[in-house]
Design a protein. Structure first.
Length: 503
């Protein structure tokens, strides 16, 4: 009952006129920041943080949390409309969102993405409200061994139960791992894989440069060749029947958004993980458990629902260790943590006791921001669809320019722009050869997380690999991952002894 009373106090704070205004402004600004390639929630919060000192700390954190939510929603917009991930958290949405748009079903993709984001955000806030302290303790129990086991499981979901050509999938993962290792060695600080001694490779390959190259430039080239500029996207219109059909589709994919929400929230609370691994893992699990796994990558609604529910759930989950432990769960929450310190607030367990108005005002605002983000996003869908009705001869140059801006923004280095163009051409050629691109993207995201976890685990255990099997949490996860990796080897035996009935 105490939690309900505190939550009602939080709603009273969230519904104060000034806080309602900052929620609406934050969601709208975040929506467009998330939709702009190369920006995303990290840059948006960093850029607008100084403005928050004009309002009280509670209103400031409510504004930034609303902006964070809005950016998570907005990332799906450019991923679906243009095939350019607005942020790294929306890359997995591109896998099926863009094919749906090319089929003339952009309205369905945008509506289900908005609904999935709302569901993911709601489930995660409910978990946050009821179980914050114990969940924070679970996050602390995850050491390097457990994090590596979790990353191994993510790779296994793409390989073990993939409908794609297994050798090509493994090749794609290996290419991504190589790109993720470029730069300075995390342990020794020595340069590695610095191709042709080009200085630009010293800072590594930025993930967004790879993602925008693959799904911006590469997708644009593929669309030009396959459709000759005659895109079917102009058929997409927003109607009552279309909304009802989308809601029915949401009901059909209930398992995907439920598992996506839970998995995204759980991965989000792990320090240094964040929403990007969570959304990619949710996509892999959705594909693994779906009866229509062969449709993934070709325009499957579950392939939009799973990552969108996961990235919103992860954004809420990342706030949990920041508030309860003072440990940021993502780059965005690291900036929020800095803001809290500047406002004179000390994150940690005592925050829930000494600053109840601040904490519960924030929790209440998360419910409100989630609802407003859904309403504003759905209201703007006709504008997004209008953009798609432009002739592809106009749309292609816009995609190209946005890709250049998105590739340049993270590091402001022309080296990354040239690299993005090379990745775009390479992705186009790999697609013509029928190589899956999603595993490469997964590898370059998870590689920088998995490598230090593996190396530090082996340093702690003096090179003993059995530690991944003997620890109570890491052991079961590792065993499940290995089983999934070995499943393709047993597929021929299954087909031999249990052949499908041909009718």
């Amino acid at each position: 009952m105490d939690i309900i009373a505190l939550l009602l106090e939080g709603f009273a704070i969230a519904f104060q006129p000034i806080n309602l205004v900052v929620v609406v402004i934050g969601v709208i600004v975040g929506l467009f920041i998330g939709a702009m390639p190369g920006l995303g929630s990290v840059n948006g919060v960093a850029i607008l943080l100084p403005m928050t000192f004009l309002v009280p700390p509670t209103s400031a954190i409510i504004f930034l949390a609303a902006l964070y939510y809005g950016a998570m929603y907005g990332g799906a917009i450019s991923s679906i409309m243009l095939g350019i991930p607005g942020a790294s958290t929306a890359v997995a949405t591109t896998f099926d969102g863009r094919p749906l748009a090319l089929k003339g079903q952009a309205d369905k993709a945008l509506i289900t993405a908005a609904m999935a984001s709302f569901i993911g955000g709601t489930i995660s806030v409910l978990l946050f409200t009821g179980f914050a302290p114990p969940l924070a303790q679970i996050a602390l129990d995850f050491g390097d061994h457990e994090i590596f086991a979790l990353m191994l499981l993510a790779f296994a979901t793409f390989v073990g139960l993939s409908g794609d050509d297994i050798p090509k999938t493994i090749f794609s993962i290996c290419i991504g791992l190589v790109f993720s290792a470029v730069g300075l060695d995390i342990m020794s600080g020595e340069p590695r894989l610095v191709f042709f001694d080009i200085i630009g490779f010293m800072h590594g390959i930025n993930f967004l440069v790879l993602a925008i190259g693959i799904y911006g430039i590469g997708e644009m080239m593929w669309t030009i060749e396959s459709n000759r500029g005659d895109s079917t996207m102009s058929k997409a219109v927003l109607s009552i029947n279309g909304v009802l059909d989308s809601l029915r589709e949401m009901g059909r994919t209930w398992f995907s958004w439920t598992t996506g929400s839970l998995l995204g929230f759980f991965v989000g609370i792990l320090p240094a993980a964040g929403a990007t691994p969570g959304s990619l893992m949710a996509y892999g699990v959705a594909k693994m458990t779906s009866k229509e796994s062969d449709n993934f990558g070709k325009g499957e609604i579950a392939g939009v629902v799973a990552p969108e529910s996961a990235n919103n759930a992860a954004s809420t989950g990342a706030l949990l260790p920041m508030l309860t432990l003072g440990i940021p769960g993502s780059p965005t929450t690291a900036i929020l943590l800095g803001g809290m310190v500047i406002w004179g607030l000390v994150p940690g367990p005592l925050l829930f006791v000494e600053e109840k108005e601040f904490v519960w005002g924030l929790i209440g605002s998360l419910y409100v921001a989630n609802l407003f983000a859904l309403l504003i996003n759905v209201a703007f869908i006709p504008i997004f669809l209008w953009v798609l009705k432009m002739p592809f001869t106009i749309l292609a140059p816009i995609i190209f320019v946005l890709s250049l801006v998105g590739g340049y923004s993270p590091t402001q280095d022309m080296h990354d722009v040239w690299l993005m163009l090379i990745f775009g051409v390479g992705a186009y050629l790999l697609r013509k050869l029928d190589y899956p691109l999603a595993p490469a993207v997964l590898a370059i995201v998870l590689g920088p997380i998995a490598e230090p976890a593996l190396r530090q685990s082996l340093l702690i255990s003096n090179g003993d690999f059995t530690v991944f099997f003997t620890r109570p949490i890491a052991g079961p996860i590792t065993i499940i991952a290995i089983i999934l990796l070995l499943l393709p080897a047993f597929k021929p035996l299954k087909n031999r002894f249990f052949p499908k009935n041909n009718r």
